[in-house]
Design a protein around this ligand. Sequence first.
Ligand SMILES: Nc1ncnc2c1ncn2[C@@H]1O[C@H](COP(=O)(O)OP(=O)(O)OP(=O)(O)O)[C@@H](O)[C@H]1O
Ligand SMILES: [Mg+2]
Length: 286
Amino acid sequence: MEMLTPADRSARGAPGAAGRSPTDASTTDEPLLRLRGISKHFGAVQALYNVDLDLPRGQVTALCGDNGAGKSVLTRTIAGIHQPDSGEIYWEGRPIHIRSPRDSASLGIETVYQDLALADNLDIVQNMFLGRERLTRGLFLNEDSMERAASETLASLHVTTVRSIRQPVSTLSGGQRQAVAVAKAVMWNSKLVMLDEPTAALGVAQTRMVLDLVKRLKEHGLAVMIISHNLNDVFEVADRIAVLHLGRMVAQDVASAFDRQSVVDYMTTGQSTRAVGASDANSRRD
Ligand SMILES: Nc1ncnc2c1ncn2[C@@H]1O[C@H](COP(=O)(O)OP(=O)(O)OP(=O)(O)O)[C@@H](O)[C@H]1O
Ligand SMILES: [Mg+2]
């Protein structure tokens, strides 16, 4: 996959920059990723029933749901780890199959997990270039160029607490690890970043850093999907909220169509009688 530095991105008018080419699908209402009728079972367990989900560019979608609701299964289906039993996936309006994590990476999908995202024994630069190292004349690693790109990307995201980009990630705090995983997603020109409970194990300051990063990804024009049980975090960063209940998508709308109580209602009972905002929280707007 192509790698872009932040400077390349703005020079090209990449997603998030002011000028968009008229042929760019982002000028239409078509979301970057659209799922329709996705079902998935594991033996006797039906993890997802007919799930619809839209992930638009330049917006943060919070995926909410109680334990076992199907959030991680849905994430792993988009990441190419699970194959859906039925349903369609559209990427930039085109029907596609995501058969492997490699397929999802080549589309520009990056998934960030709290613990699995990084290789502990490697340093920050090595992690950011893992499997995609830059070579000089095809033989030697181009360390200078990789270091420069890694530092520029971290700086563009205002990640300033990391002391050295040559420190092993095992020496980083949880929040710093998340920051590196997110920076990696930005550096590789991802279009969609999914974060599965990125702040679950983090302290207040670290959570702050990750939420700020999420906002910056959105400013870069990326579609972001964040899973969180923390409704403070959800209401702080989400433009849209989608709620799964026992494998069914029971609500999906702009964040202003919900309040905390209605999200809790949907998460725990699959329905809510509260009317919030201007929009009907049960109906998708597409
Ligand atoms: N690989 C698997 N094999 C069998 N069952 C699975 C597998 N992965 C998930 N499940 C089941 O699918 C359902 C949804 O699980 P999932 O991990 O998506 O929940 P979740 O919404 O992410 O919950 P949590 O908030 O606890 O992380 C659960 O009943 C779970 O036991
Ligand atoms: Mg989960």
